[in-house]
Structures are given as C-alpha cells and as structure tokens.
Design a protein. Structure first.
Length: 255
C-alpha cells in the first residue's frame, strides 16, 4: 500500500485512558475540518504502567480498529516488559538493568496489575502476582501486546517508540534500540532521511528538533497527552482551539 500523505501521532499514554479519549476527540474534530477519515492514527507505545487504567487503554485500542478505525499501535519498552512478565515463566527484558524488574515502583508494573483487579500488589510475591495475572489478563490483551508493530512510515515520517541508532539503516534497526535507545539518538543532529517521530523520554512540551519530533509530554507523571498531525514532514499540534504549527528548531537542547 502507498504511504499516507497525512498521519496523526500520539505520545506515550501510560494508562491514561481519559487523556487518550480526549486526544481522539481532537483527531475527530480535525478530520471534520479536513474531510480525511483515512489518515492513520499512530500510537507511539508505552500504553501501560504508571497511570490508573492500563487495561482500559488496551480495551480502547482493541475496539478502534474493530470499528474500522485506521489505527496503528507501536510497541514501547513498557508494553514489552508487561508481555515478558506474562510469559510462563516470566522473563526479564535484557535491556533493563539487572537490579530492576517490571514490578519495581519506578517502572509502574504494579499499577498495570491493579487495573486488572489484582489487589495488594506491594505485599505479594512475584510468583503469586504472576499466577493471578495469568488468570485475570485477557488472552486478547496479551496477543495484542505481542503483535504490536515496532515502526510505521508515512507522511514523510518514521514513527517509533524510542528512536533509532544513527548510522544504521532504518530497515535494519535492532528492536532493543527501537524500544529503548536514548542518548546516541538524542545527540545526533544530522538528518535520518524521514522525520523520526518518537516518545520514550518525557519533555515538558513537544519539541521538533529538525531531524526528530518528541511527543512524550509526561502523561505518566501528570503531564498532558500530546497529539500531532504530520503532513509531508510538516508538523502541527492538535489543541481544543485547532491546529498549532510546530516548526523545526534544531537549536533545541537535546532531551
């Protein structure tokens, strides 16, 4: 299929179902203005953890395409860690520090389990939590997480969760980099070809660095959830008052 000329991209969600519904309302309003109901909506990953309703977020994302919505969902490192915990036996992401686990308070896995009705998470053993999670997390949710895409291209953009490794062709990137990379990617100031649209590293507001666009505005920590529309590499943020152009500023301090 030809790449789309327009796409919408949504930053890291982290269990914030109400915010997710709100940005989809903004997309619907923009579609009314453009008359374009076919432009894909790309969710940049980290659907789960830290926020209050990870289970509800996955239900919402499952329902959209089932109703005909042109939605794409990319796998974030938190989504991957959740799916690894649900393996039998649970697995540890090799890209995560060995002294941490998905259940560590810093990562937010406990809040994801709580959204499935699993109580007293902090007082229970990992094995006990895994047994109950196996009974409570729907198979459809696990299949959805495991089948998520790692990238999506269109409208002059290359969408990914964390970023890409400089010097490596976009079609030869390692999955661990696509879900986890930070510094090497952030410090690179030359063009990658298409605009890299990503999340993973929170910023106070969306930043267009010229070669990349960071849309993670910290919904996991009480910040907003940001949605942008991208057309032939040009970027505008969607707001309740309509579109707000976001020009490139290569002088922006790396995140």
């Amino acid at each position: 299929m030809p790449e789309p000329d327009r796409l919408y991209a949504i930053g890291d969600i982290h269990g914030q179902l109400d915010l997710l519904r709100g940005v989809h309302d903004l997309i619907a309003a923009d579609r009314q203005q453009t008359g374009d109901w076919t432009a894909p909506v790309v969710h940049l990953g980290d659907l789960v953890d830290r926020g209050p309703d990870s289970a509800g977020v996955i239900d919402f994302l499952l329902a959209g395409p089932a109703k005909g919505g042109p939605w794409v969902t990319i796998k974030g490192n938190h989504d991957y860690m959740f799916s690894l915990f649900m393996c039998d036996p649970p697995r540890h992401d090799p890209s995560l520090r060995s002294d941490l686990s998905w259940l560590h308070p810093r990562l937010g896995g406990m809040t994801t389990l709580a959204s499935y009705g699993i109580a007293d998470t902090e007082a229970r053993t990992p094995d006990d939590l895994h047994r109950e999670a196996t009974a409570r997390v729907p198979a459809s949710h696990l299949a959805f997480l495991r089948e998520l895409e790692l990238t999506f291209s269109g409208a002059g953009a290359f969408c990914v969760h964390a970023g890409v490794r400089p010097g490596v062709a976009l079609d030869a990137q390692e999955p661990s980099d696509l879900m986890w990379i930070r510094r090497e990617f952030h410090d690179h100031t030359e063009s990658f070809g298409p605009l890299i649209v990503h999340g993973h590293t929170p910023v106070d507001q969306a930043v267009h660095y010229g070669n990349r666009l960071n849309l993670d505005t910290g919904a996991a920590y009480g910040g907003p959830l940001t949605v942008a529309v991208i057309e032939s590499g040009k970027v505008a943020l969607l707001t309740p008052d309509g579109r707000r152009a976001l020009p490139a500023d290569p002088r922006s301090t790396p995140d």
